[in-house]
Ligand binder design. Structure first.
Ligand SMILES: [Cu+2]
Length: 427
């Protein structure tokens, strides 16, 4: 018998826009739109446009920090999330027009991060709830049962955004968040959380690029939590073939990185892109890389894992990023580095065994306990530096709270405390 959740997931894939599900490679999922079919009769989809961000010609908006943005809902469970990038007229902004959603991180300062809170002296590290690179992968929490990320009225979402413009004129861009949610009163829903495994652990996620075949591993993390593994997304940068999550030494999620499955993720040729592909004239089997007059494919989709079983207390998790620079060209660096830094991150949404339902008429937080164990030194903070001087995403969160990781106190970010948000409801 096929579980109803699988049928629902297949239906979502078949009916979503973008690449037809039948054309998607193994594990890849279609993106959500405002018109996507709902996973639950009680669900709604809402889109929030954050911006505008003005990105200079051939330039970037570096880690723009907005400590408070609109919530999609309150007393509710988020059942799916997806980031996007748009122009003012609502059309997609992507690599084919030089616009990159370099990265975004959404966090909840009302809650604590499952992994990194224990690393700060006051246990105040905010909960990272969603992150995306330009591949814009859907995160779905209820593919495998009635789970969602709880949002209470006391929660505050903050947003960190880094955008890149490879066109010769400035661009005005909007970061979009699409949320599917159900009211807290929806029967049967329980609280999920996110475990973010990063090869730099609670660092700035950036790893030096190398040439050829190489890989990165995180340190082993021993889970103090137990529950259903709901959805896992692997995030890497150009050059990555796979981002795997290992459980107790075995690959539990193989997130294959797919390149250029949609035209929007293919850069125009003729030197528009400062890629090593163009410089080195690399060729790989079956991909149209090569001379300076050809286009370059970038990561457009990642395999996700759902229905892969449970996480038990004591299970050991590791994320590994596998890279091959001759198979997929890496991005040329913009600063002092010849190549852009790489990443190896797994976003694991976990349906907690101890996850209780929200009681709508109370504001009692019903979250998991934050792990407090081990003897990890606290950073020295970034004394005297305002938030906008700190580009590192995690340091920015810490600085926002008056703390610091002690690892990345340098100049570069921008503070956008009054960034606009427009809420676009489902039609
Ligand atoms: Cu990244």
């Amino acid at each position: 018998m096929i579980a109803p959740s699988i049928i629902a997931l297949v239906a979502i894939q078949l009916l979503s826009h973008g690449v037809k599900a039948a054309d998607l490679p193994p594990g890849a999922v279609s993106r959500m739109t405002l018109k996507s079919p709902l996973s639950d009769p009680a669900a709604k989809i809402v889109k929030i446009k954050h911006g505008p961000y003005t990105v200079p010609a051939n330039g970037m908006v570096n880690n723009a920090m907005t400590p408070k943005v609109a919530l999609p809902c309150t007393d509710c469970y988020i059942t799916a999330m997806q980031a996007g990038l748009e122009y003012a007229d609502g059309t997609e902004a992507n690599i084919d027009t030089g616009a990159w959603l370099h990265h975004m991180v959404l966090y909840n300062t009302g809650q604590k991060d499952a992994i990194c809170a224990r690393k700060s002296a006051l246990k105040l590290w905010p909960q990272r709830i969603f992150s995306s690179g330009n591949e814009r992968t859907l995160a779905r929490l209820n593919a495998n049962g009635n789970w969602g990320l709880p949002v209470l009225g006391t929660d505050t979402f903050g947003l960190l955004t880094e955008l890149m413009n490879e066109a010769a004129e400035p661009k005005s861009l909007y970061l979009t968040m699409l949320y599917e949610y159900v009211p807290a009163s929806t029967a049967g829903y329980k609280a999920a959380t996110i475990i973010e495994m990063d090869a730099t652990e609670c660092g700035d996620s950036e790893l030096p690029a190398k040439e050829g075949v190489y890989e990165y591993h995180s340190a082993e993390w021993v889970s103090p939590y137990s529950g259903e593994i709901l959805w896992v997304i692997g995030h890497g940068h150009d050059g990555a073939t796979d981002v795997n999550m290992l459980k107790n030494g075995k690959v539990a999620c193989n997130s294959v990185q797919y390149y250029g499955l949609e035209p929007a993720f293919v850069a125009p040729g003729a030197g528009e892109m400062p890629s090593v592909d163009n410089v080195h004239q690399l060729n790989d089997s079956g991909h149209a890389h090569g001379g300076a007059s050809t286009s370059m494919k970038h990561i457009s989709n990642t395999a996700v894992c759902t229905n892969i079983g449970r996480l038990e207390k004591g299970d050991k998790l590791v994320v590994e990023g596998l890279y091959n620079s001759t198979k997929y060209a890496q991005m040329a660096g913009h600063g002092e580095h010849a190549l852009e830094p790489q990443m190896a991150i797994s976003f694991l949404y976990l349906g907690l065994d101890q996850g209780l339902s929200i009681t709508p008429d109370t504001t009692t937080p019903v979250r998991m306990p934050v792990e407090i164990q081990g003897n990890i030194p606290t950073g020295f903070g970034c004394p005297g530096l305002p938030v906008y001087l700190i580009p590192n995403q995690l340091s920015a969160m810490m600085a926002f709270l008056g703390l610091g990781t002690g690892s990345a106190c340098m100049q570069g970010g921008v503070n956008m405390p009054n960034l606009g948000s427009q809420i676009v409801s489902q039609t």
